[in-house]
Ligand binder design. Structure first.
Ligand code: ZN
Length: 333
């Protein structure tokens, strides 16, 4: 039989093609809990998808990806009902995969790709979460929803952070709400509470568009600008970064890779900079000679494996540069 969730138009069944290095065993108990995770990788990142998570989990010694179902916000699918984030069905729900330790036996693992300490849930992703959860409920798969940190032993974990219960009501709640131009302060109101996240009005917007209001001393009955406040606040541009030449280990811009694998050959000052920087933080890459050869590629890989495990390719690019800069800084350079 096929379940209703398997027929969602934004779902792809990759149970056979997802990278594997072994097999999970079958559950011996039925699913009681649908557990929601986020991947802790920014949703737009190259490696923020099911296949990359699978490779990472295999590198941890697991048989394959730890989740059953993965939602990929960076892969948008057009469905008859509108734009939706893609769903990858990666492990059969009958398998006891690894995602919540002692609870794996009876838990279904669902991961929404993204780092929701920083990312926002977009509408296409909320709609997918809503439809998936509704389908699972009607399929009778599990009796309750929980976030990872609501599972026994995991209260310390920042997962999944996003308000998954809110997302379940997304499609019902999508009637446009009308924000009045002004608002009369009621007892207990704060700018924080009034800032309407669905409409994107922030506390800073409220402060900016109400210059004569002291946010610490709101008065009952006081009238503030609300609807007009949206986007009133423009964040200051970040202070300009120091020029690379002022660093002990300046780093080059651009993309640099193994000279035989599409990189340039010859001795380059830029490559020397990468070599010096990696040697300085003990990702040894041999002699500083300006050649992007095997030793340097290997050092870049080792660095990425530790600091950016979803983007391990041995190629130096903007993300590696950013991370390398941060690590150098943390070491006092
Ligand atoms: Zn988790």
């Amino acid at each position: 039989m096929t379940y209703k969730f398997e027929n969602l138009p934004q779902l792809v069944d990759n149970r056979r093609t997802i990278p594997k290095d072994g097999n999970y065993s079958k559950r011996t108990r039925s699913i009681t809990t649908r557990v929601w995770h986020h991947s802790l990788t920014k949703k737009t990142l190259g490696g923020s998808d099911a296949a990359s998570f699978a490779k990472y989990h295999i590198s941890l010694g697991w048989p394959s990806i730890g989740y059953h179902i993965i939602i990929e916000p960076k892969n948008i699918v057009n469905t008859p009902k509108g734009k939706r984030a893609r769903i990858v069905y990666a492990n059969d729900i009958s398998l006891r995969t690894y995602h919540v330790g002692n609870s794996n036996q009876f838990a279904l693992g669902m991961c929404v790709a993204g780092d929701y300490r920083y990312d926002d849930l977009d509408d296409a992703t909320k709609a997918t979460i809503d439809e998936l959860q509704e389908a699972l409920v009607s399929d009778g798969i599990g009796k309750e929803d929980k976030s990872h940190n609501e599972m026994a032993g995991y209260s310390w974990k920042s997962c999944c952070v996003f308000n998954y219960k809110e997302a379940f009501k997304f499609l019902d709640a999508k009637k446009p709400s009308v924000v009045p131009g002004t608002y009369k302060i009621q007892e207990g109101d704060t700018f924080w509470g009034i800032a309407n996240n669905d409409e994107g009005i922030t506390v800073n917007d409220l402060i900016t568009s109400n210059p004569n209001v002291n946010p610490a001393k709101l008065q009952i009955g006081q009238v503030i600008n609300l609807g007009k406040a949206k986007n009133a606040y423009t964040p200051k541009p970040a202070t300009p970064k120091k020029p690379q030449s002022t660093y002990k280990y300046p780093l080059p811009a651009g993309v640099w890779r193994h000279y035989k694998k599409g990189g340039k050959s010859g001795s380059f000052n830029e490559v020397e900079q990468i070599q010096r920087a990696l040697n300085a933080i003990y990702f040894k890459c041999g002699k500083v000679d300006g050649w992007y050869g095997d030793l340097l590629e290997d050092a870049v890989r080792r660095f990425q494996l530790i600091y950016m495990p979803y983007e391990v390719d041995g190629v130096y690019g903007p993300n590696t540069k950013k991370k390398l800069q941060a690590v150098l800084k943390s070491k006092g350079y």
